[in-house]
Design a protein around this ligand. Structure first.
Ligand SMILES: Nc1ncnc2c1ncn2[C@@H]1O[C@H](COP(=O)(O)OP(=O)(O)OP(=O)(O)O)[C@@H](O)[C@H]1O
Length: 301
């Protein structure tokens, strides 16, 4: 479990994280979303003891990172896949990490297998592609078999196969009952991967929601086509719906779901040619929520 409470981080005049509170529970993939500069990396760095909070708390399994007795066995993280010495071989890099945490060499072979790098275990990391480096970073995160995992923008720069692999890995780690926090600035990626979403902007919490709740919140009504629009409008309005005529003769109905619209029309013998619920895409919802929170937004003229 990850708990962030009233977390604030200032760098001089910049407030990177601003009284941020949220909880990440086991068994789910939680997407940590926000535009560039929103404070995602800073929050993760504080959770991992790489930076100190100005105030507030960032707890992993109920304690601060510094208080964890065997950190790699409790929390694994991928922050910057580039941060590996290029002259090292993959096996040696992980072997060194494992030894410093009392983890056996057998586990190194296991995680290399799990991330698909067993065949290049003896190769130097300097010759690795970005995707291979990401996999190596993930292997390091998995080394201690931790219950809490954090990944900062893990799909950045990956090809579609790599993206799909990471997505499936996150989901299987959560299905094992682990706590998985994964940051991204792309809603399109998160809607395929995450169950819950923590959306931040300018260091502040904007939404702490499930993907489904967010979709429901941005539902835009039901598009209905009928050869008798005036009659249907009267029936639905009398039943408490709000009906708007669209160009081309369609109606948009809000405040009423598809089944109720169908039942009311059927009761009056009004034919329906189309009944389609319309939601804003999650991407549109995200843009709407974070409008005004982007660090370098275009200025409207
Ligand atoms: N070491 C630092 N010194 C000064 N300012 C910093 C430092 N680290 C981060 N910041 C600032 O804090 C804010 C939050 O940055 P952070 O990297 O946490 O955002 P992010 O959400 O991870 O963004 P991105 O998607 O661009 O990585 C930004 O305005 C950034 O410039």
């Amino acid at each position: 479990m990850i708990e962030v409470r009233e977390l604030t981080k200032r760098y001089g005049a910049t407030t990177a994280v601003d009284r941020l509170s949220f909880t990440v529970r086991p068994g789910t993939v939680t997407g940590f979303l926000g535009p560039n500069g929103a404070g995602k990396t800073t929050s993760m760095r504080i959770l991992l003891g790489l930076d100190a909070a100005t105030s507030g708390e960032a707890l992993v399994n109920g304690g601060g990172y510094a208080a964890l007795r065997r950190p790699m066995r409790e929390v694994g993280a991928l922050l910057d896949a580039g941060a590996v010495h290029g002259g090292r071989r993959a096996f040696d890099h992980l072997g060194w990490l494992a030894r410093s945490n009392g983890i056996g060499a057998r586990r190194v072979a296991e995680v290399l297998e799990q991330v698909g790098l067993a065949g290049v275990a003896r190769k130097r990391v300097g010759g690795f592609s970005l995707g291979m480096r990401q996999r190596l970073g993930i292997a390091a995160a998995l080394l201690g078999d931790p219950g809490v995992l954090m990944f900062d923008e893990p799909v950045n720069g990956l090809d579609p196969d790599g993206v799909r692999w990471i997505r499936e890995l996150m989901r299987s780690l959560a299905a094992d009952g682990r706590t998985v926090l994964v940051s991204s600035h792309l809603m399109t990626e998160m809607e395929l991967t995450a169950d819950r979403l923590i959306i931040i902007g300018r260091g502040r919490l904007i939404a702490d929601t499930s993907v489904r709740e967010l979709a429901d919140r941005f539902r835009r009504g039901v598009l209905v086509r009928t050869p008798r629009p005036a009659a249907l409008t009267a029936v639905l309005a009398a039943a408490g719906g709000s009906v708007e005529s669209m160009p081309g003769g369609a109606l948009t109905v809000t405040g009423m779901d598809v089944a109720v619209i169908g039942d009311r029309a059927a009761a009056r013998g009004i034919p329906l040619y189309e009944v389609t619920p319309h939601s804003a895409s999650l991407e549109e919802a995200y843009m709407e929520l974070t409008a005004g929170s982007t660090e370098f937004g275009a200025v409207a003229s």
